[in-house]
Design a protein around this ligand. Structure first.
Ligand code: CDP
Ligand code: MG
Length: 845
């Protein structure tokens, strides 16, 4: 810190001299004497964790006994009443009827593609068929099946279900061994969590976990079957895995690959694997009555007005959209929707319905309207669970809050209100599968996760808002976005199908039919619409050769420009060297399953012993903005936020708000604290959970001592935290051009940029720093920066890009300092400090 201060003083002096036209340079000697060791780091943080040792003979003995016990247990289960009933259920599933066909096709072919409607038994039955057959026919020889799931929640819930169907208990652990040992043949492994042991023959894991396993075990030595589930989603990880597996198959002729999909795109995958065998499981669903918006309005007489579509939350949303742009940004699909609406013909509908339709706001999900329909179902409709498809976790929690206040829907003796999204806890997850008591209506608010990967058995009514959060990426502007977008026709059909699983059902689409007609047939694969930085890191850590060449072998290859941008970025942040090889830092980043910038920030936070606030910041950057700004209380909300912001930093404002909440929680006043300070309770809780998760990840890779419980050994030295933030967010940096009473912002690539009006810096008329580092920029008509932190020259020069290596990018970025750095003596000074800093960081990795 003292070094930074001295460098800043030096720069100020230099600027002063430059304007005064003095030709001498200030004293450089301090650069040689500054010792980075003096920053003082707790050495104990860097000791590697010790693995517990096991007594081998004892282990073998217990295992032998255990396997005998397990065989008896299976037999007993199959003969029991429950076991018989389970087998009956399983054999009623459409997949069961294809069992022999499936097994013999797998026997004859290396690659098999299986498609069938959601709920027909692909995920739960197929792996079991293989497991049962292999253990029968191999007489004890080892089969080893890995089934990948796109999300951790489905990996966990499916493995639990399969263990249950086999009469086994997942995670029945034997305390004498390691706590993760389990006796079931079925196990799971997701990030930071797992249940698997020597007996595990069928492992459900996230696709990411299998990719990571490939790093250590390139040929997947002991694996006999790989099942890639939900390939129709075309997630980036799945597309990536398919390239790797396609290369691996000729080298592992006995390895079987099975791809499973809920939609009928089988031919695409079959031709990718040179005409692989296809099996289609015939499906069956009950009739689902479909109501589009106009039908609901017509029957119910509900009148949509601009006002009743906009509740508190809706207002906030719209307001945000207006300020941030998605509404102004006319994506192709938005204009298609608008055209569709303009040309739609509603003449067979009543005047009131037509009037209502003209008030319908495609950008707004009417919470009041949803509440109205739910209330109608609860009061007037037959029994059956309700599944509501919302956009994302933020509007799910906002809707839940609203519904809980409703006299009928909030009455827990009548309604069981649950949520289903990717980040929910396991305990919460189990509840959604359970049947409620008689007379209680189950309502599940879900993201598109419930579209295909999670099956809730008793659903009879579906509400579909027509949207999902989709990550997208604009390669030309190198700008990522995560925006609510209209879903595809296939998704809408999937959502509708969820209502007809047990009996005839009803589906309410909360948009007009003409809008549905304008939807795209399929969603664009993720690899074509997201930034590729993490993917490029993975390609390198798996040593898969030159990145562009590797990606050209994908099912659908991403744009060349998108690949180049990603590689360039990784060079700038120091994860790649100039030859596209992983640096030591890059190597660590590949082990952290998060955006590289967050990983980088965390690593430096640990090294500089200020991990606590950095955990909050990185977690905060991963969840919904916790600062709420309801339109009608905008001033009060802004004033509340202003209390936290005396550092010209949104990131530090968040740290202060979070710490305040943590303190309030001790007195059980967390909720009240959030209310008075306009903070979202859910976001605070999510940050709390993520902080723990990030900390365990850092312990896993050995950056933080595995026994460390206290990472609070820091004082609020904002100077240091600014440096760490900059280290992570670089090259997200813009220069502040000061004018007399205001300032404007500039980046090299975009020219003039603007601050998002929620930023604490947007309310300042002067910022006493020359630079802002930012997390994200969003291109609307002009470019807007979201959360930002003001930083000094020294911070950018020393914690920004890699000066000595990629001179070109660096000099360009530094704009005004170009001439300054060209002076050999000055450049040398900075490089010397920079080198020391780099060496110091390297020595801690
Ligand atoms: O993968 P797919 O969509 O084809 O179906 P699945 O997930 O294997 O589910 C097959 C059936 O098992 C579903 O129709 C549900 O009836 C049942 N199931 C369940 O009762 N509980 C679970 N946690 C998962 C599935
Ligand atoms: Mg499935």
């Amino acid at each position: 810190i003292s070094m930074l201060r001295r460098v800043d003083a030096y720069l100020e002096e230099y600027q002063a001299q430059k304007s005064g036209m003095k030709e001498t340079f200030p004293d450089l000697s301090f650069a040689k004497s500054t010792s980075i060791d003096s920053i003082g780091v707790d050495e104990r943080l860097f000791e590697k964790p010790q693995l517990p040792t096991l007594n081998k003979a004892a282990l073998e003995k217990i295992l032998r006994e255990r396997s005998l016990q397990m065989r008896d247990q299976q037999q007993a289960w199959q003969e029991s009443e429950e076991g018989r009933r389970m087998l009956e259920f399983r054999s009623s599933l459409p997949a069961y009827k294809e069992k022999e066909e499936i097994l013999s096709t797998i026997l004859r072919n290396q690659v098999v593609i299986i498609s069938g409607q959601t709920g027909c038994g692909k995920t739960t039955q197929l792996p079991q068929f293989i497991l049962e057959r292999e253990t029968e026919s191999l007489c004890g020889a080892v089969c080893n099946i890995i089934c990948t799931q796109p999300r951790r929640i489905s990996a966990i819930s499916v493995s639990e279900r399969v263990a249950f169907e086999r009469g086994e208990k997942l995670g029945e652990s034997m305390p004498s061994l390691s706590p993760t040992f389990c006796s079931s043949k079925v196990g799971y492994k997701v990030r930071l969590e797992g249940m698997k042991g020597r007996d595990t023959r069928l492992l459900f894991c996230t696709t990411g976990i299998l990719l990571r396993r490939l790093i250590a075990d390139r040929k997947l030595k002991d694996v006999t079957h790989i099942i890639v589930d939900e390939i129709h989603e075309r997630g980036m990880n799945e597309d990536f895995l398919l390239i790797v597996l396609k290369d691996l198959l000729p080298r592992r002729p006995e390895l079987k690959l099975i791809l499973m999909s809920a939609t009928l795109e089988a031919e695409l995958f079959s031709s990718y694997f040179n005409g692989a065998a296809i099996i289609k499981i015939p499906g069956f669903t009950h009739l689902v009555r479909t109501h589009f918006l106009e039908d609901i309005l017509e029957i119910s007489g509900y009148g949509l007005t601009p006002d009743n579509q906009i509740d508190d939350y809706g207002q906030e949303r719209i307001w945000k959209m207006n300020n941030q742009g998605p509404r102004k940004r006319k994506s192709q699909i938005t204009s298609l929707v608008e055209d569709a609406l303009r040309e739609a013909d509603f003449k067979n509908y009543s005047p009131q319905t037509r009037e209502s339709l003209s008030c319908w706001n495609p950008d707004c999900i009417g919470f009041n309207f949803i509440e109205y329909i739910l209330c109608h179902i609860c009061e007037d409709e037959r029994p059956g669970a309700v599944l509501v498809f919302m956009i994302g976790w933020d509007d799910i929690s906002a809707l839940k809050e609203k519904l809980l206040l409703h006299p009928v829907l909030g009455d827990q003796s009548r309604v069981l209100l649950l949520t289903c999204h990717g980040s929910m806890a396991n305990s919460e997850q189990r509840l959604i599968f359970e049947e409620p008591e008689d007379g209680v209506r189950k309502i599940v608010l879900a993201t598109n996760i419930a579209e295909t990967s999670i099956t809730i058995n008793d659903v009879v009514f579906v509400l579909d808002c027509g949207k999902a959060k989709e990550s997208s990426y604009d390669a030309l502007n190198n700008t990522p976005c995560l925006l609510p977008t209209w879903i595809s026709k296939v998704s809408a059909q999937q959502r509708r199908g969820r209502a007809g699983r047990v009996q005839a059902g009803e589906c309410y689409h909360l948009y007009p039919r003409c809008v549905y007609d304008a939807f795209a047939e399929y969603q664009l694969p993720e690899i074509l619409r997201t930034p590729l930085q993490s993917l490029c890191l993975q390609i390198k850590s798996l040593k898969l050769g030159p990145i562009s060449e590797f990606l050209s072998r994908a099912l659908q290859s991403p744009e060349i420009l998108a690949v180049q941008n990603a590689i360039e970025y990784l060079k700038i942040i120091g994860a790649f060297d100039n030859n596209e090889n992983l640096t030591l830092l890059g190597h660590y980043l590949t082990m952290l399953p998060m955006e590289p910038k967050l990983g980088k920030m965390l690593i430096l936070g640990a090294i500089f012993n200020c991990l606590d606030p950095i955990l909050t910041i990185t977690a905060g950057l991963s969840v919904r903005d916790p600062f709420l700004t309801p339109l009608d209380k905008k001033d009060v909300a802004e004033a509340a936020k202003a209390q936290f912001s005396h550092d010209y930093s949104d990131h530090l404002a968040l740290v202060r708000a979070y710490d305040g909440w943590k303190d309030a929680e001790i007195d059980l006043a967390g909720q009240e604290y959030c209310w008075t300070n306009f903070l979202s309770v859910q976001s605070m809780k999510a940050i709390d959970a993520l902080r723990m998760e990030f900390l365990s990840l850092l312990k896993d890779i050995g950056i933080v001592d595995s026994n460390a419980t206290n990472c609070n050994a820091w004082s609020y030295d904002v100077h240091l935290i600014r440096a760490v933030i900059c280290y992570g967010l670089y090259p997200g940096v813009c220069s502040i051009v000061h004018k007399e009473k205001s300032f404007s912002l500039k980046t090299m690539e975009d020219g003039k940029v603007h601050l998002h009006s929620n930023s604490v810096n947007a309310r300042e008329s002067k910022i006493p720093y020359p630079w802002l580092v930012f997390n994200e920029k969003i291109k609307v008509n002009s470019v807007f920066l979201r959360d930002s932190t003001a930083v000094s020259d020294s911070v950018v020069l020393l914690f920004g890009g890699n000066m000595s290596k990629d001179g070109d990018g660096q000099l360009k970025m530094l704009g005004g300092y170009l001439e300054f750095l060209m002076k050999p003596a000055v450049a040398e000074m900075f490089q010397s400090i920079r080198r020391k800093l780099d060496d110091f960081i390297q020595s801690k990795l």
